[in-house]
Structures are given as structure tokens and as C-alpha cells.
Design a protein around this ligand. Structure first.
Ligand code: AMP
Ligand code: ZN
Length: 115
């Protein structure tokens, strides 16, 4: 893992976060600058910089990230009203932290198209 990776440091516990779920593969924590009443980031523990860096063997890991987001949404009562999940890939899409993360946003109506 690169020294400078913020989310690797959250995964290792070196930087604090409000963690809502963790297992040996993935970690979910509150976004520090929430863009919705409920805004969680789900990450793989392993450092992967962008979606462009995924390999065929990462399918199960990415599946765990997505199913974890869906389960957290359900457990927090957002399944019925709905929620948005977003992976930003590279700067043009708004990625600012280069360790893949799935945004889970809920608790307000979402608009489309996204900005
Ligand atoms: P992105 O712009 O898609 O790369 O998303 C990065 C997200 O990480 C943003 O929504 C930030 O608010 C969030 N973030 C940055 N630093 C922290 C931190 N220390 N703890 C929790 N979330 C963070
Ligand atoms: Zn990392």
C-alpha cells in the first residue's frame, strides 16, 4: 500500500473513522463530508487505486463491496425508499481518493443526471 493512501490508513486503523461494518475483505465507514443524511463509503481493505486497476480475480472482492453496501442500506432502513451507489473513476469523474470506494447515499431524494 502506498504510504500516502488515506483509505489504507483508515483500513489499518492509523486514521480514525466512524466504521459501520468491517470484515477481512471490506470496510464501511461514514464519509467525513456527507452529501446526504446517510453517506457511507465501502472499500476493499486491499489497495486498488481506481476501477481501471481491477483484474479478473477481483470479481469476488468487488461483489463483496457492492453486496455490503446493499446490506448496510437495508439494515439502516433505506432499501424501500432507495439509495444511490457511485464509484467515481479518475479525476474527470470526481475521484479524489485513489483507493476504490463505493459511495452509498440515502435519506434524501436524488436527482438525475448527476453533476
Ligand atoms: P471521491 O471524490 O469519489 O474520491 O470520494 C472521496 C470521499 O472521501 C469524499 O466524499 C470525501 O468526503 C471522503 N473522505 C475524505 N477524507 C475522509 C476521511 N478522513 N474519512 C472519511 N471520508 C473521507
Ligand atoms: Zn489504499
Amino acid at each position: 500500500m502506498p504510504d500516502a493512501c488515506l483509505f489504507c490508513k483508515i483500513a489499518s486503523g492509523d486514521i480514525p473513522a466512524t466504521i459501520v461494518y468491517q470484515d477481512d475483505e471490506v470496510l464501511a465507514f461514514q464519509d467525513i463530508a456527507a452529501q446526504a443524511p446517510f453517506h457511507i463509503l465501502v472499500i476493499p481493505r486491499r489497495h486498488i487505486a481506481t476501477l481501471n486497476d481491477l483484474e479478473a480475480g477481483d470479481q469476488k472482492l468487488v461483489g463483496s463491496v457492492v453486496t455490503t453496501a446493499a446490506r448496510i442500506a437495508r439494515e439502516h432502513g433505506h432499501a424501500q425508499d432507495g439509495y444511490r451507489t457511485v464509484f467515481n473513476c479518475n479525476r474527470g469523474a470526481g475521484q479524489t481518493v485513489f483507493h476504490i470506494h463505493l459511495h452509498l447515499l440515502a435519506g434524501r431524494n436524488m436527482t438525475w443526471p448527476p453533476g
